[in-house]
Design a protein around this ligand. Sequence first.
Ligand SMILES: Cc1cc2nc3c(=O)[nH]c(=O)nc-3n(C[C@H](O)[C@H](O)[C@H](O)COP(=O)(O)OP(=O)(O)OC[C@H]3O[C@@H](n4cnc5c(N)ncnc54)[C@H](O)[C@@H]3O)c2cc1C
Length: 561
Amino acid sequence: MFHFNRLNLEEATSILESGYSYQEKFPFAPKNYHEALENYRNAMVLAGDIAGNFIEPRSAQIDMDGSQLKDGKVTYAKGSSESYKQLADAGFTGTILPYEYGGLNFPATIYMMLIELVSRADAAMMTMIGYQDIGEAISKFGTKEVCEEYLPKYISGEHIGSMVMTEPAAGSDLQGIQLKAYQDDEGNWFLKGNKHFISNGCGDMLLVLARSEEGKSMFGLSLFACHGGEKVNVVHVEEKMGLHGSPTCQLYFDDAPVKLVGRRKQGLLHVLYVLNHARFSVAAQALGIAEAAYHEANEYAKIREQFNKIIYKMSPVANMLIDMRVAIESSRSLLYAGAQWLDLRNNLEEKVAHLKAKGQPFEEEKKTFNDAAKMVDLLSPLAKYVITEMAVKACYDAQQIHGGMGYMREMKVERLARDVRITTIYEGTSQIHILGASKNVINDMLKDFFEKNEKKDFGKKLLTSLKRIKEIRVLFLESLALVKVHESIDFRTVAAKELVDMYGYLYTGYLLLNEAYIEERKVLIANRYINSALAKSHASLAAIKNNQYNDLENIDEICNV
Ligand SMILES: Cc1cc2nc3c(=O)[nH]c(=O)nc-3n(C[C@H](O)[C@H](O)[C@H](O)COP(=O)(O)OP(=O)(O)OC[C@H]3O[C@@H](n4cnc5c(N)ncnc54)[C@H](O)[C@@H]3O)c2cc1C
């Protein structure tokens, strides 16, 4: 609610609602921003109710039941189908999708809040409710015919969607995709070949990236919409560590008929566009899981006594709890700041195109769009990396606070620790996102933002924190300068993690300072976060100064034992 009450979605919502002109066609559409916000608020209250009272009580059993493959057909755990139906009946299966096909037409930021709530209740349910960017891609790039064919049943919850990209030889590097897309004499498209590790690959609305041209070029890939069924064989459902409610499928496309989505050869570019959305979604999933783990740990710490004292009162445990809470709240600030930029970017893009088509001036909107696009370019990989790594650590610590009990199946935290592990891997690994963010970090993309914030009067209480943030900035720039002097190896990739981390501390630090300025309790969060970020930045600088990474040249001697 802290973030909801401070949303800045006025411009994005106005564009999304076409200047609030939809009521004639869709009577439930809001008449103004105030009404839109009320709709979002009511929807989130309902989502919280469903998540807490319906989905969460089913999640432990879903984890035990998993999904089954029999005679080529996948059956979901009973609880998964029930939870999905509940969300669909409330309209949440079309949260960000257009009114025209039955969707709620909500901004991405509200959708992220939905994902966080649902994932806190059942992390696996996120792969069913939280992949709406598949529908978004169809609606943005597909023809009207394709939209009409696919979207209504997906939005009503009758069909489950799936994003089909990964192949055994094409994981992080999607240019390696080999699934063949070909046309018959009438120009109809078909797919032949394999995909693996596909969440809900047994679904009915598959968005597939396939090779439509010979060779290995990124411009040889196109995007297709495909119905599941006889021509899409589920060969295998993976046995995996967590997310048991979400079947991860190996697929064989047996001359499956498909429809082209968007422009031929532009498939990877279309996918990269929607991946921004997907990265924030996985970050929101991880955040939800971390929040659940935190509450388990906090409650357990308050009832567990050792040495005649509750462990909550013991400093090593208290430090873990405080660090978790601060990490979760700072991550939430990062996520919703990023999501609001995403909304602005997506909607301004539409507006600029619209103004252009009408021959009206669009320069001002274009400038703001460019700024928003740059922010998303930085914040989507940054948030995905920072928040998912945070969540893995939070679940690990939550388990630790439970002692031996944390290792037991009967404890919820054991499941959360398994479920969270995938979040740093899928939708791009942490390493890929560090590299993705590093370009904008090295260019110091947020320079103006930092300078603007430095000039703010944060008040006496926060002055020390502000000074520390400035110190981090100096350390960051020093590290950057040092990184460049090494020539033997590409040091920009070697120290990319440290640089991206420091940049993340700076940006998030300022977000927290701004929050602390308006709410007393947040002063404590900002102080802990910034002090700890400063300590980690000092350590990173020392590592770079001491040439810690020079031994990369010796990988063979060190590792080949
Ligand atoms: C449970 C689950 C569900 C999934 N769901 C889907 C889905 O619905 N749809 C879909 O298309 N895919 C899905 N995936 C696939 C997932 O997106 C990939 O596993 C992921 O992108 C990583 O690819 P990979 O497994 O081939 O690892 P690899 O790409 O082989 O990476 C191995 C290691 O090398 C590192 N690495 C690779 N390249 C670089 C580089 N350039 N620089 C630095 N480090 C690098 C990686 O960070 C990683 O640590 C799913 C996977 C799992 C496990």
